[in-house]
Design a binder for this molecule. Structure first.
Ligand code: MLT
Length: 245
């Protein structure tokens, strides 16, 4: 196995795809996806384009669908939900399909949707992603941060480090053979610096500040929890994430 970390979808190579892509958007898309599936949502269908989301969801029974999404962190006005994981309670999402569009997370999903396997990870379900990778041992694994509009987001790279670190520690292969690029080393160093104070890190992060301006402190605290959900979202068809069983 070889692990690669890419800070943004734009930084991933365009001429190849991995055996396993792990899309990370800690604040907040992949935290929301894990939470919705854990709360009983039937699936989360991701769209980078809002108009396409509107058209596709139109063909789905009204009582079985929820339109969810944000732009710049704010709920899309005529949608049922924004992108807060705290809204994804069983009462709201049980048996429903979430049609979701977010500023960056859904763009990252689109970028690697043709990978042999695509899973999503956040801090709250980090261990489930680690377990899956250790069990399957895919030849190439890309940990892809969603970033913010093409630039790097510290919380996504720290989460990539949180995934890479236990994998490197567990496998009995020399670490240089497992490390595909320098970003892996940087991500682990970043996570090691902040692992005991992820909320503190979010307060300094540009998207953390944006969410604080939108009064989303409870979201920040929720997204900073480690390994609280034992759930792994996995792509069943392009753009559609379901609970891995
Ligand atoms: C994104 O996709 O950029 C984020 O999930 C934005 C957000 O926090 O809602």
């Amino acid at each position: 196995m070889k692990l690669f970390v890419y800070h943004t979808p734009e930084a991933t190579p365009s001429d190849t795809l991995p055996d396993c892509a792990v899309v990370i958007d800690v604040l907040r898309a992949t935290t929301t996806i894990a939470t919705a599936l854990d709360a009983g949502a039937e699936a989360v269908q991701a769209f980078s384009d809002l108009e396409l989301l509107r058209q596709e969801s139109e063909n789905y029974p009204v009582n079985k669908r929820l339109r969810a999404g944000e732009r710049g962190g704010k709920k899309v006005e005529d949608f049922d939900l924004g992108n807060s994981p705290l809204d994804c309670t069983p009462e709201v999402v049980q048996s429903k399909r979430l049609f979701l569009s977010t500023t960056n997370g859904t763009r990252a999903l689109k970028r690697v949707e043709n990978s042999a396997t695509l899973i999503t990870a956040a801090q709250i379900n980090r261990q489930a992603a680690v377990n899956y990778i250790l069990e399957r041992q895919p030849e190439t694994v890309w940990l892809v941060g969603s970033g913010w509009q093409g630039s790097y987001s510290i919380e996504d790279t720290a989460c990539a480090g949180a995934i890479a670190l236990p994998i490197l520690n567990r496998l009995e292969v020399s670490q240089p053979d497992l490390i595909g690029n320098d970003e892996v080393i940087g991500a682990i160093a970043l996570y090691s610096r902040w692992e005991k104070d992820l909320v503190g890190m979010f307060h300094q992060a540009s998207h953390g500040k944006r969410l604080l301006d939108l009064n989303c402190i409870e979201d920040l605290k929720y997204c900073a929890q480690t390994d609280t959900l034992n759930i792994l979202p996995i792509q069943s068809q392009p753009g559609v994430l379901v609970k891995h069983t």
